[in-house]
Design a protein around this ligand. Structure first.
Ligand SMILES: *Cc1c(COP(=O)(O)O)cnc(C)c1O
Length: 501
């Protein structure tokens, strides 16, 4: 098998092994790591994948990228990540309702798709640290729009040799998301609300990462930073697995024939999830279209329709908060790819983004965007779809999934394309009870999120998910709120508290 190395989208040729890239998180020049090539899975190989379990497929695909890990090491990580933490032991079941297939990625410990990659990441990191003979404490710095935070906390809590700090927008997450994070227990965790949105948090985290002075101090204290955001390649690659897995499930139930193309509709914020879909296509998965679904923060939708990325616009707090993002980090990897691995073009565009919050890509690279269809759903449309699907099929979508579904409906209207379509279902409706129940009936709009949990369970005839039950009666452990300018201070405080005791 070919060895894979990781380099920056901005050109510095670090040629890192996957272990080093996972530990480092972000490239030294501020760019993102990308593999030097993409392994291809032939039609014959696809056929062989048909009968694989999720874990087997996960090993099969991750092995192609993490070539410096031994098969035993990877298998060990995967076995420990995907155990009975997932309800029904199913990480990515496919559920057909009406004409579409819902790829339910929310049966993990925090009820969002981020669990799938984040359950695996700590094991990858620990194995990587062992391989590199690293005896530093890994400090995970995470900015979250709501779901990454809890998923990362849950997976890194009390993991030896790690500490984790999560920053979330104090006023930009659902009450259930907030409760999930602020009640997190663990000796090595810290959760901080910030007065700002996700973009502010992400930008500051990236700055802290590359602060030379702080890095030197950390080194002295035997610490090193890493990232659990989808800028980390160890988070991104494991997400490729479920795209292949959904295809195998369709094959198994004979909904499609081998080689037949399918569409994916993906609710998109930081462009991590849909980038994994794009990578799957590059690797040979038969994909017809990728539907990039935005909420009212429709910067990506506009980008795919115009080639102009413009973050100079009003920021909306919507009912799909995990997509309330104007600076989509992972788009940089996509641009790198469609520009023909042109790092200097990426540097220039990202420079423009930094300076003007805006850039325009040249006509020569626009071709690469043809695979995508970009559209949006307003909060009103998102609610209508939740109600429509519930009334027709008795199936409850969460608001993010509903954004994807709504965009799929628009796509159908625009194109009449009859290709089988998978709606990537990124969160459990139980994480957003008020928005979801409010969509079914206005009278729930003023109710408390927690009160609505039972009502939702009864209305939809589904059991309350275990992680939701657990949340009841948890004590709030974290109540710090700070300005973005104080994030670094909070990190320093946390690290010094712990090392002097
Ligand atoms: C994070 C998240 C998204 C957006 O995914 P990206 O990889 O950031 O594009 C969509 N839905 C939910 C529920 C999420 O948690």
């Amino acid at each position: 098998m070919e060895e894979i190395y990781y380099n920056s989208t901005r050109g510095s040729n670090e040629n890192l092994t996957s272990a080093s890239a996972i530990l480092k998180g972000i490239a030294g020049d501020g760019g993102l790591f990308i593999p030097n090539c993409f392994p291809f899975i032939s039609k014959r190989e696809l056929k062989n994948c048909e009968k694989m379990s999720f874990k087997q497929l996960s090993l099969y695909i991750n092995k192609k990228f993490f070539t410096d890990f031994s098969e035993r090491e990877l298998k060990n990580c995967i076995d420990r990540a995907y155990d009975n933490k997932f309800e029904g032991n199913a990480a990515a079941p496919l559920n057909k309702k009406g004409d579409v297939f819902y790829l339910e990625l929310f049966h993990g410990p925090t009820m969002a798709f981020k669990d799938i990659a984040l359950c695996l990441l700590p094991y990858l990191m620990k194995t990587a640290a062992r391989k590199r003979n690293l005896n530093k404490t890994i400090v995970i710095l995470t900015a979250t729009s709501g779901d990454t935070g809890k998923a990362a906390l849950e997976s890194f809590a009390d993991v030896e040799g790690t500490k984790i700090v999560v920053f979330f927008p104090e006023k930009g997450v659902s009450s259930i998301q907030k409760r999930q994070m602020t009640t997190q227990i663990g000796e090595n965790v810290k959760v901080v609300g910030i007065n700002g949105n996700f973009d502010d948090a992400q930008k500051e985290v990236k700055r802290i990462f590359n602060d030379v002075e702080l890095k030197r101090e950390l080194n002295r204290g035997s610490y090193m930073f890493s990232s659990a955001n989808s800028i980390n390649i160890g988070r991104l690659i494991p997400q490729i697995v479920y795209y292949f897995y959904s295809y195998m499930q369709l094959l198994r139930v004979k909904e499609i024939k081998l080689g037949e193309k399918i569409n994916f509709a993906v609710p998109t914020g930081n462009f991590g999830n849909i980038l994994a879909a794009y990578y799957s296509k590059k690797m040979g998965l038969p994909v017809n279209k990728l539907l990039c679904a935005s909420n009212e923060n429709k910067v990506l939708c506009d980008f795919f329709n115009s080639g102009i990325y413009d973050a100079n616009r009003k920021f909306f707090v919507t009912i799909s908060p995990s997509m309330d993002i104007l600076m989509s980090s992972n788009l940089e990897r996509f641009i790198y790819d469609i520009s023909g691995k042109n790092a200097s073009a990426v540097r220039e565009l990202m420079g423009n983004l930094d300076k003007f919050r805006k850039y325009e890509i040249g006509d020569n690279i626009k071709e690469g965007m043809d695979l995508f269809y970009g559209n949006l759903a307003t909060d009103e449309e998102t609610k209508q779809s939740i109600k429509e699907v519930f009334d027709k099929h008795g199936y409850l979508m969460d608001p993010h999934t509903s954004v994807a579904y709504s965009v799929y409906k628009k796509y159908l209207q625009d194109t009449g394309d009859g290709t089988k379509t998978v709606i990537v279902s990124t969160a459990s409706p139980f994480k957003f009870t008020r928005a979801v129940m409010g969509a079914l009936d206005n009278r729930y709009n003023s109710e408390d999120d927690f009160k609505l949990v039972k009502l939702m369970s009864r209305a939809a005839g589904i059991e309350i998910p275990k992680p939701m039950k657990k949340l009841d009666g948890c004590k709030v452990m974290h109540d710090t709120v700070c300005e973005t300018g104080q994030m670094e201070t909070e990190v320093r405080k946390f690290l010094s508290e712990r090392c002097h005791c």
